[in-house]
Design a protein around this ligand. Structure first.
Ligand code: CTP
Ligand code: MG
Length: 181
């Protein structure tokens, strides 16, 4: 696979995991997942992790995966890259993993004394990658092995932090997010 193909496949395969965080920002609000509960003198997760944001995030990522699957043949022919389709289990696993990673990161932030919205460099950019890949691997190991080859994984690990920083800066500039990270 050429470098262009590797990058194209990596971004395509990760799109259903990239969209949930942004959809959650747009949809967030309402009841927090932790219901206001605390552990010690800190919130379990905080007001930044809501049921609505999580549900809309997973739904948006899954809908995108279904749409990309339908588009894969035409896109592959047009671009000359073999874009993968997403089995149903993966269409849910990628966005669910992304949201789970984001929630796990908030849990860790609260345990380390970081208030809602505080930055945690590294964790902020990669939490959702690790969990979405893990969920996809568990959901469909053979599909995972065929799509996420080592070069594709390498591109994902390098490109994701850049994309994450970029989209969050845009969301901040547009007033959609309270912090630029
Ligand atoms: N959001 C949500 N549910 C989620 C994730 C995000 O409702 N599962 C919404 C919240 O409105 C949140 C916003 O998206 O404030 C931004 O997400 P994020 O940066 O992950 O949350 P923070 O508010 O920064 O909180 P934390 O410090 O816990 O990450
Ligand atoms: Mg944040």
């Amino acid at each position: 696979m050429s470098l262009f193909e590797t990058i194209a496949v990596a971004l395509w395969a990760m799109l259903p995991a990239y969209v949930p965080n942004n959809a959650a920002v747009l949809a967030g609000g309402g009841r927090p997942i932790d219901g206001g509960r605390t552990w010690g003198d800190r919130r379990l997760l905080g007001d930044g992790k809501t049921w609505r944001g999580t549900a809309v995030g997973v739904a948006a990522g899954a809908a995108l995966a279904v749409a990309l699957s339908a588009l894969a043949p035409a896109a592959s022919a047009a671009v000359g890259v073999d874009f993968p389709t997403f089995p149903a289990a993966v269409a849910v696993a990628l966005p669910a993993g992304a949201m789970a990673g984001d929630i796990a990161a908030s849990f860790l932030k609260r345990r380390t004394g970081r208030e809602r919205g505080a930055a945690f460099p590294g964790l902020d950019q990669l939490d959702f990658v690790v969990f979405s890949l893990l969920f996809a691997f568990v959901a469909a190991p053979a599909w995972f092995g065929a799509v996420f080859t080592l070069p594709v994984l390498a591109v994902v690990v390098v490109a994701t932090p850049l994309l994450h920083v970029g989209t969050n800066a845009v969301a901040y500039a547009l007033g959609l997010k309270n912090e630029p990270w």
